[in-house]
Design a protein around this ligand. Structure first.
Ligand code: DX5
Ligand code: ZN
Length: 217
């Protein structure tokens, strides 16, 4: 069964606490927090203050996906805010190794993220040091986009490297994930599924979380 990471990006922010509690009670393992800077991606969402505000109200793993140019500067603020996992896009920094070192030295789990147009080879030199790899299954920037099936091959490649080298990082997928698209991801080796609109654009998120689990039994 895949671990489920509802993306708060698609929730109604007026009732934020209630919307976090809904997925927490439904047993979602992670809460996915999409940080967008208006530069690496066109949208602007929220920053470390948002993570700090959420931290006291849930024990869920706070899975912070930084879609931020030159993330090195802002990493300490996310570490201090109480993030459990921090993901940096390999395309957003000239110093991916250093960025991951900063996260790990802060006692937080480190994740590297690759866009649909980025090959697995780009992150091979840092795979020994990450706790999680995020394979984007849409181009980042917005919720509610269509899943790109050509990204599934990269999940399989990563899973193969994991086996060959004895690594134990999680493989997360993000974008256009629903109870159908999650199946091929899971078969290819994905262990964590982010889902935004699929979980939050309905009255009962718990049912959608369960549907993702049922699809990956
Ligand atoms: C996209 C974000 C995603 C987004 C997913 O840039 O990284 O986490 O919230 O939304 P859905 O599941 O609706 O594609
Ligand atoms: Zn995301």
């Amino acid at each position: 069964m895949i671990k489920v990471a509802p993306s708060i990006l698609s929730a109604d922010y007026v009732n934020l606490q209630q919307n976090i509690e809904k997925v927490d009670k439904a047993g979602a393992e992670y809460l996915h927090i999409d940080v967008m800077d208006g530069s690496f991606v066109p949208s602007i969402s929220y920053g470390p203050g948002f993570v700090k505000a959420i931290r006291p109200i849930t024990k869920m793993v706070l899975d912070c996906h930084l879609m931020v140019q030159n993330p090195e500067h802002i990493l300490p603020a996310f570490i201090d805010a109480g993030a459990d996992i921090i993901g940096v896009q390999v395309e957003a920094t000239q110093h991916i190794h250093r960025a991951l070192q900063i996260i790990k030295n802060g006692g937080v789990k480190a994740e590297v993220v690759i866009n649909p147009g980025t090959p697995v080879a780009m992150i091979e030199p840092v795979l020994h040091m990450v706790d999680q790899v995020l394979v984007m299954t849409v181009n980042p920037g917005f919720g509610g986009q269509k899943f790109l099936p050509e990204t599934v091959e990269k999940i399989a490649q990563l899973n193969q490297i994991k086996k060959n080298k004895g690594y134990d990082f999680d493989i997360e997928v993000d974008g256009g994930v629903n109870n159908q698209t999650v199946v091929d991801c899971y078969k290819a080796g994905a262990t964590v599924a982010v889902a935004g609109s699929y979980v939050y654009n309905v009255a009962d998120p718990a049912k959608r979380i369960q549907a993702l689990r049922d699809a990956t039994k």
